[in-house]
Design a protein around this ligand. Structure first.
Ligand code: AMP
Length: 288
C-alpha cells in the first residue's frame, strides 16, 4: 500500500488506473479506524480493481465547541488496517493540502440536512458535503462507500451526487456493532465505564421501534414513544437530542409510515454524543 499526501499524486495514480480500464473504490474516513471503517475499506478494495481510502479530520465540519482538537488520531494503526484489507492507496492530506486558501466555496443541501443532526449541528453537513465534493473531485469517477451508521449523512451524499451529477456511485454499507449492539464509533473510546455499560440501550430502543413497525404500527409518534420509553431505562443517558421515525430518503416524518422507513436517535452519555439508526421496509401497502 502506498501512503499519498498530495492531491496531484493521487490524481496521477488513479487517472493512470482508469486509463487502463480499472475501476476505483473509495472509502473516506477521519481515521481512528474500527471494524465499521474496515468493512467500507474491504468493500472498496474487493468490489473494484483499485481500493483507495482517505484519512482527513476535516475542520470544516466541526463547530468551535466540538471535539476537533481531541478527535483521536492514530495513523500507524489506521494504515495497517487499510493495508490488511487490500487497500492500494491511503490518501492522508494535511489541512493545508486540502485548504491551501481560505475556503470561499461551500456545498450545502436543503431538506434532508435540516432536521435531526442538522438541528443539533447547524454547520456540520455543509462541512461534510463540501469536503466530500472535494474528495470526489480529487479521486474522480469511482464507487464511494459510506456507513449507514451516519444515515442522514448517507442520505445527503446520495442526493448530492445525484443533484450535482458527480461521477460517483454512492454505496451505503450496514452498521457494524459491538456484541452488545452498540454501533461502533471512534467516539465510543471516550465513554466512561458506567456510560459504556448502559450504551446498549440505544440500539435496543431502536430495535424495539423497528419491532413495533414490523408488528403493524404506522403512526410515527407512537413509534417515537416506544423508543423513548426504552431509552429512559438508562439512568446515565440525558434526554435524547431527538428520536424519530422517518421516510428513509427525505428524512421527514410522514403522517403514516410506509415504504422504506428509518428510526433515528441521538443520545448523550456525559460528554459523548451517540447517534444510531435502523431501517425496515413496509412492503405492499399503497402510500397514503
Ligand atoms: P468517520 O471516520 O466517523 O467520518 O466515518 C467514516 C465512514 O465510516 C462513514 O461513512 C461512516 O458512516 C462509516 N462508519 C462509521 N462507523 C461505522 C459503523 N459502526 N459501521 C459502518 N460504517 C461506519
Amino acid at each position: 500500500m502506498e501512503i499519498i499526501h498530495t492531491v496531484a499524486e493521487l490524481r496521477e495514480r488513479l487517472d493512470g488506473h482508469r486509463a487502463n480500464g480499472e475501476t476505483v473504490g473509495f472509502a473516506p474516513t477521519m481515521g481512528a479506524l474500527h471494524h465499521g471503517h474496515r468493512s467500507l475499506m474491504a468493500a472498496a478494495a474487493e468490489h473494484n480493481d483499485v481500493g483507495v481510502m482517505s484519512i482527513f479530520v476535516n475542520p470544516l465540519q466541526f463547530a468551535a465547541d466540538e471535539d476537533l482538537d481531541t478527535y483521536p488520531r492514530m495513523l500507524e494503526a489506521d494504515t495497517a488496517m487499510a493495508e490488511s484489507v487490500g487497500v492500494r492507496y491511503a490518501f492522508v492530506p494535511s489541512v493545508n493540502e486540502m485548504y491551501p486558501e481560505e475556503n470561499w466555496t461551500t456545498v450545502s443541501l436543503r431538506v434532508v440536512t435540516e432536521p435531526w443532526e442538522g438541528d443539533s449541528r447547524p454547520t456540520h453537513f455543509a462541512g461534510v458535503a463540501t469536503v466530500v465534493t472535494k474528495l470526489f473531485n480529487i479521486v474522480g469517477p469511482c464507487r464511494a462507500y459510506f456507513g449507514e451508521k451516519d444515515y442522514q449523512q448517507l442520505a445527503m451524499l446520495r442526493r448530492m451526487a445525484a443533484d450535482l451529477n458527480q461521477p460517483v456511485d454512492v454505496i451505503g454499507m450496514p452498521t457494524i456493532r459491538e456484541d452488545d449492539g452498540l454501533a461502533m464509533s471512534s467516539r465510543n473510546l471516550r465513554l466512561l465505564p458506567e456510560h459504556r455499560a448502559q450504551a446498549h440501550v440505544v440500539s435496543a430502543a431502536l430495535r424495539a421501534g423497528i419491532a413495533a413497525i414490523d408488528a403493524g404500527e404506522r403512526n410515527p409518534d407512537a413509534v417515537e414513544s416506544v423508543i423513548r420509553a426504552h431509552l429512559t431505562e438508562a439512568t446515565h443517558a440525558e434526554d435524547p437530542d431527538y428520536v424519530a421515525a422517518v421516510d428513509a430518503s427525505s428524512l421527514l416524518v410522514p403522517e403514516q409510515l410506509s415504504g422504506d422507513v428509518r428510526v433515528l436517535t441521538a443520545v448523550r452519555f456525559g460528554d459523548v454524543r451517540l447517534i444510531d439508526n435502523m431501517g425496515t421496509t413496509i412492503a405492499g401497502e399503497p402510500n397514503t
